[in-house]
Design a protein around this ligand. Structure first.
Ligand SMILES: [Zn+2]
Length: 326
């Protein structure tokens, strides 16, 4: 884009701010017990105030309520949204038009980054929920590890049958140019793309020493307070126990156990190996570290399983601790 084209593009982009993306959208169904039960089954939420009528009536709630986190579910489009992209663009809602406009200009990828909800009252079976959504904010163009793009925030206000606001949702996505798509590719020349690497961790004054130990000395260091010997991780300047800023470090044995973990599915990020297990590991020294568990089936990972780590060169930009099940 030339600077003039960029200016025209951004003018059109920012003209979306403050606009409703669609007319107020009433829920397809009233708040109802069947959807609440299905939600609780899927989420594994066994709180009886959502599903046990007798219990709920005797509770402080006075009757069944919906889980607050179902707020958005009451006004979602349902299955037809799977085919919304097939519709003529002029019939699509404002948010899809905005995303299509960004895609046409190269910002083709999207990543959900935040969702914040506020709840003002409990919803009960029979409530009728309507969603009102506007494009609330669009950031300036940001350089991110995923590529350059714009953060788009929508704000949804949920009202009930009396027009009272029962909750709000702020939802933020990054619409970006995938980083590896930027360089033009010419086969058989030096212009061929380099294989993508993992996102390199951010280093600053308080933690670059830690990464130096990992990269140059092949150890996983744990910071130790010189005042009271308390270990701490991630690195920070002061001891949380005695406020001393004197410290040294020990080398971890890299043995420990799984404290918590998730398997990341979507979106697949270039440079990472899938399946991708991200885990919080309790080291035998007592501190915890976030890392990956590799070379295993995701279903074999469990909380409490023993792991052993090693410092690995995973790509040309990253030397990091990685763990395996023992
Ligand atoms: Zn201390």
């Amino acid at each position: 884009m030339t600077p003039e084209e960029k200016k025209a593009f951004e003018e059109k982009l920012y003209s979306w701010v403050g606009k409703e993306i669609a007319p107020p959208t009433p829920g397809l169904d009233d708040v109802n017990e069947a959807m609440i039960r299905h939600w609780c089954e899927v989420m594994g939420d066994t709180n009886p105030v959502y599903t046990d009528k007798a219990f709920a009536e005797k509770s402080a709630k006075g009757g069944l309520i919906a889980p607050p986190t179902m707020l958005q579910a009451w006004s979602m489009e349902g299955y037809p949204m799977a085919f919304a992209d097939d519709k003529d663009p002029s019939e699509q809602d404002g948010q899809r038009q905005l995303h299509a406009f960004l895609s046409e200009n190269g910002y083709s990828a999207v990543l959900g980054t935040n969702s914040d909800q506020e709840y003002f009252r409990d919803l009960k079976p029979g409530d009728k929920i309507t969603a009102h959504t506007i494009i609330d904010k669009i950031s300036e163009e940001k350089a991110t590890a995923m590529g350059n793009g714009y953060f788009i925030e929508t704000r949804t206000t949920f009202t009930d049958q009396n027009g009272e606001t029962v909750g709000t949702m702020q939802f933020r996505v990054l619409k970006f140019k995938p980083a590896q798509a930027q360089a033009p590719v010419t086969e058989g020349t030096d212009n061929a793309p380099k294989p993508p690497t993992r996102i390199r961790s951010v280093r600053g004054h308080d933690n670059s020493w830690w990464w130096d130990q990992v990269e140059k000395h092949n150890t996983l260091p744990i910071q130790r307070c010189k005042g009271c010997q308390t270990l701490r991780h991630p690195p920070r300047p002061f001891c949380g126990e005695c406020q001393s800023n004197e410290w040294d470090f020990i080398a971890s044995t890299m043995e420990g156990e799984v404290f918590s973990f998730i398997e990341l599915h979507y979106p697949e990020i270039p440079g990472y190996q899938y399946p991708l297990i991200c885990a919080v590991i309790t080291l035998d020294e007592g501190t915890r570290i976030v890392s990956n568990i590799i070379d295993c089936k995701p279903e074999d990972v469990a909380i409490g399983k023993r792991v052993k780590g090693e410092i690995m060169v995973v790509d040309e930009d990253n030397t990091i601790p990685q763990f395996r099940l023992v």
